[in-house]
Design a binder for this molecule. Structure first.
Ligand code: SF4
Length: 266
């Protein structure tokens, strides 16, 4: 007789070493099935399993807090809500942030793709975070369709409008995170700088894909994948953009907008 053992889902993982935030404990409000309103070509979770822009409670707040209480929170720099997809899809995001803040004063960061920011309730819940990093990978509808592959009905113009409205009402620290897959021409760079100027974030983070994409969804993709030697599943790796291009573009953004630009140290 075969006895199958179902491993219990852990909604808290890490700490993950983040070049930007230090020792970061991850909170996953989404769960075992990857769920997102994007399906980015480079997503480290693998192909997104449920593509949706509809919010729901995936993991009860009580489960997240019970998992969190099994960790030593003193040994961390930040707590990051991200996980197996888009965290603003979690209807209880605001409740989760409030509950985390009741047990620790470590900064709470949310990483979001920004697609739901036109919803006032999402903006209200997200505003409870200390820091928010919003993804902006494309400066044209075509780029967003090719790179981020959103669910039907999500368009760049609405994403940008939502980001700007959120920015105006958010008292915390806001970054824009951009994944650059190939060097951009002058038109793209100009359009991006214009977008950044109109959003006016506290900082811009320029990235190039450093983590592999599993062919099939792997829960491990929430954090740093293990090394190639230890990995038991096939992945796609991406060619990275020349760090010099990223650095030069970052300096250009800062000199034209006055906004700080950070990139992964090479
Ligand atoms: S990278 Fe983020 S936004 Fe893109 S598909 Fe993966 S979870 Fe969604």
């Amino acid at each position: 007789m075969t006895i199958s053992v179902t491993k219990e889902f852990r909604s808290v993982y890490g700490p993950v070493k983040s070049w930007r935030y230090g020792r970061s404990l991850g909170i996953d409000p989404i769960g075992k099935i990857s769920t997102c309103s994007f399906n980015c070509v480079y997503c480290q979770l693998g192909e997104i399993e449920t593509k949706t822009a509809t919010r729901q409670v995936f993991i009860p707040t009580t489960k997240i807090i019970a998992d969190l209480q099994t960790f030593n929170l003193d040994d961390l720099d930040v707590i990051t809500i991200s996980g197996s997809g888009e965290p603003t899809l979690a209807f209880n995001l605001g409740e989760i942030i409030v509950a985390i803040k009741e047990i620790t004063d470590k900064p709470v960061i949310v990483l979001t793709n920004g697609t739901l920011l036109s919803d006032p309730e999402v903006r209200k819940q997200l505003s409870l975070a200390d820091r928010v990093a919003v993804k902006l990978d494309g400066v044209s509808e075509g780029m967003v369709q090719r790179i981020d592959r959103p669910v039907a009905g999500i368009e760049l113009k609405n994403i940008l409008a939502g980001i700007k409205t959120f920015r105006q009402g958010f008292p915390g620290f806001m970054g824009i995170q951009t994944m650059i897959l190939t060097p951009w021409d002058d038109n793209k760079k100009r359009a991006y700088i214009d977008a950044i100027e109109s959003i006016s974030p506290d900082e811009v983070q320029l990235n190039t894909p450093s983590r592999p994409k599993p062919l099939k969804h792997q829960l491990e993709g929430r954090g740093n994948h293990s090394s190639a030697a230890e990995r038991s599943y096939p992945v796609i790796t991406f060619r990275q953009v020349d760090p010099q291009f990223i650095k030069t573009f970052g300096n250009e953004i800062t000199s034209l907008t006055g906004i700080k630009c950070v990139f992964r140290p090479s």
